[in-house]
Design a protein around this ligand. Structure first.
Ligand SMILES: [Zn+2]
Length: 271
């Protein structure tokens, strides 16, 4: 499964067709652009490869992406009836509740999205299953680890917003948790990107400082709400009605898809 020692190897990008040598930086950080032609990373190439192996490229096949990377979305739009959607810009889709704008789906992609969904995250898993046709496929990538407490980092918040002051501050309009802040400093790191989060629950009425909250760039402002565990992910998917859950550990060096870590592998679930 995990490959911890990888010597230099060449690959052909399945987005642009260019040949590159897999860079060592991408072993430390798989999000690092590893194709010198188009800048695709391991995740982009996995998505294209796996979607086209799961569903035959055909305009009769309907799929939706949730904030898919633009180069991935462009290719999917050529091959399928596909719509890339966003939480906060058009075309919008809130995966916790919205209907599919394309009707019953053959595939749904949520790549680096579910860690940001406002709690309870089970709603998002249920809605994902609901908008897929029976046998439809859900491709999901999220940060996950084998051990630890997968409980949500932030409790259910109502009418909350995030503001920037001297440091990042979470302001909760609900006032049960009047003010939470964190210093954004570095902390113990699980692998390449994800940090441990402090324990919940927050003592009632107390100011709580969160260290190491993780924000992602892109349109909008994405706070990482949770770190999944492998068990928690599988439980959520099965509870939502997915009949099969596969953690993909199959490397494909020909297209530059390798997994230097034993955690965080992409997931394919079938309804
Ligand atoms: Zn490329």
């Amino acid at each position: 499964m995990a490959c911890t020692e990888i010597s230099e190897f060449g690959f052909t990008c399945n987005l642009c067709g260019g040949n590159s040598v897999f860079p060592q930086e991408s072993l430390v950080n798989p999000e690092h652009p590893s194709c010198t032609g188009c800048g695709s990373n391991v995740r982009f190439r996995w998505l294209i490869d796996r979607v086209t192996r799961e569903v035959r490229p055909d305009k009769s096949v309907r799929g939706i992406g949730l904030t898919d990377p633009e180069p991935v979305a462009a290719i999917l739009a050529e091959r399928f009836t596909y719509l890339n959607t966003f939480f906060d810009i058009e075309p919008r889709m809130n995966i916790r509740s919205d209907e599919s704008p394309l009707g019953e789906l053959d595939f749904l992609i949520a790549s680096e999205v579910f860690e940001h969904v406002a709690p309870p995250v089970a709603d998002a898993f249920h809605n994902a299953a609901r908008i897929l046709r029976p046998g439809g496929v859900f491709l999901i990538t999220v940060p996950w680890v084998h051990e630890g407490d997968g409980k949500e980092v932030i409790p259910p918040l109502h009418d909350w917003k995030i503001a920037r002051e001297d440091s990042w501050v979470i302001v909760d309009g609900d006032s049960r948790y009047p003010r939470m802040s964190f210093d954004g400093g570095p902390g113990p790191c699980l692998g390449h990107t994800r940090e441990h989060f402090p324990e919940w629950p927050l003592p009632e009425g107390k100011l709580e400082t969160y260290r190491n909250l993780v924000y992602h760039g892109g349109p909008g402002f994405a706070l990482e709400m949770r770190l999944f565990t492998r068990c928690g992910l599988e439980e959520n998917l099965r509870a939502a009605g997915f009949s099969s859950v596969e953690f993909d550990t199959c490397e494909n060096r020909g297209i530059g898809v390798v997994y230097p870590y034993p955690w965080g592998h992409p997931i394919v679930a079938r309804k």
